[in-house]
Design a protein around this ligand. Sequence first.
Ligand code: 4AZ
Length: 297
Amino acid sequence: MKKAIIVLLGVALGFCSAQAQELTKENFKPTGSQDYDEAVNRFLNGIEPKIVGGKKAADGAYPWQVTLLVKGIPNTHQAHFCGGSIYNSQRIVTAAHCLIGVSPNQFEVAAGTNILNQTVKRHKVARRIIHADYGKAKRFDSDIALVQLAEPMKLNDRQMAIALLTSDQEGQVYVDPNDLIVTGWGATEEGGSKVRDLREVTVPFVSAKRCTDPLSYGDRVTDKMVCAGEPQKDSCQGDSGGPLITVAPKDKVRLAGIVSWGDGCARPGKYGIYTRVRAFTGWVAACVSGAACSELK
Ligand code: 4AZ
């Protein structure tokens, strides 16, 4: 009994200090996720917290879009470090590279908003699953992760799940130069800052043939990646983890890619590189069903 009280007290104290603790130069240890660490360093150094060539998204137009927030940075705009998409009420799909080294108690998820303001509800994270093959075959290969929320979020017309692109749809969607849309709070130019209002840009799909041209990315692009974009239209830093979607009617919208990497932003021949979602539908289904799914520990 005494032991139980001590344990309870310990848990309560731990809980309180975790609640009150704001990130400082003294208590922050780099996680290894570049997006996360940069969000923290901008906050600690008082730098204002990027989509290139796009426009402000209409309110509620992309209800599956979520923001991943650094816990311990109270300002939502400063806390944003990556995007993600709602898979179901308790699961978010994002990029593995966003969450490398970041434990569930170091970040939160907010949905249902275009604006990174103070009124957003932050959802606690129970677990994050990074694909076992992340970065194995090539840098950024299999750049996909799932986040499990501690409690399910309400789904409604402002926060909605998005279905993953399936293999039979891939042939219609991944056609050069079919239009796709990428959304995020990332920089509007290379080296620029994150934005407060969600932005969107229409980007053409780029075939593997063009994307693996030696003057583009050569063999750095694998068959688990897809390319999209054109000079002046691209995703950029801060968009990582967020959705690349098909532009079919709203009830047929599918998650086709996850913002992953690129050489800079919107440079000629340097398209945006996205995780090829259709290659991971089986992995996601296995993880979500609770069956064994290969996970990087
Ligand atoms: C990044 O650093 C990043 N132009 C995201 C997307 C692209 C480049 C960099 C694609 O998160």
